[in-house]
Design a protein around this ligand. Sequence first.
Ligand SMILES: [Fe+2]
Length: 333
Amino acid sequence: MIPLFTFEPEEKAHLLNLLEPLDLSPYKSYTGFSEGIRRLHSDVPARFLSACQIIRSERANHQQKIHVIRNCPMDRLIPELDPEDPVKDKHVKKTQFVSEAFLELFAQLTGTPLLSYETRNEGDFFTDVIAIKKYSGQLTGFSDSELVFHNDRTAHKVRADYITLLGMRCPEDDLIYTGYIDGVDIVRNLEPRHIACLREPHFYTVFDIFSRDMNKQLSTSEKHAILSNDHSIRFLDTMTCVAEQAPVEARDAFIAFKSAMTRSHCKRHRILTGDLLTFANQDGLHNREKIDILNPESAASRWLLKTYAFKDLCTAESFQSYWSRNRAGCVID
Ligand SMILES: [Fe+2]
């Protein structure tokens, strides 16, 4: 994809100077960290402010729900993480938080409060898309595998509206693409009778292995609809199934949905180091394709920093009953 916005070297240097002095760790006190960033808004380069405004309005008008920003400010030192337990290692090795600060700033400027899960990485608001050795070859973002079309955390009750990924380390000779198909397109490719049926709770989703490992009580979701709102989707390919008791029309609608996905236009982006890729989690589906891996070892060291966000403050506040120990945005599974 062509980036919506690319930082000029002087704009990037200016933001680095602004974000670097903040020495609060978002992993120790997210609230303090977030407030520190909020105080910097008046010094943010004007071109970046207006890019964030464009993203806000294109999302609100359902015009475009995937965007790329290039040459973003990041930590000067990106540590190598231990593939056995990269998250624990990150907490030890990471002493600069410019990348996290930039993601937080982006969330604030687009009006999308961050979301985290208490049972995932101790409720961290900044998580990692990085291969963990024990999940190699499995269907989870924490593997080095390809990923089928899905929403993140499909089976969970509280789900992010937007996902943002920042390329911390993206090997140059490996072609790994993130694909995105928009819900508007999928719904356009469906007949009204199938749409009506997909709006009924005739389906369920098996939780992914990482979620099951983090919380042993999780196995499958409650029965749910695949379509909701105008074109929100709840679907994890090969793991979302038709419930046994569902009428035969639900099976037909399910097949029609899979065909509609195939007919929908897929936008693909290869995340480079310093790229920010942001897209709708519920109003679309995304995947990961490994097109050509010339160097499996370097591909396995790929590291993206990730945030989940609610679409606005009002939506975030509607989930207040899920907040864990009064930590706004951090939900109990
Ligand atoms: Fe995902």
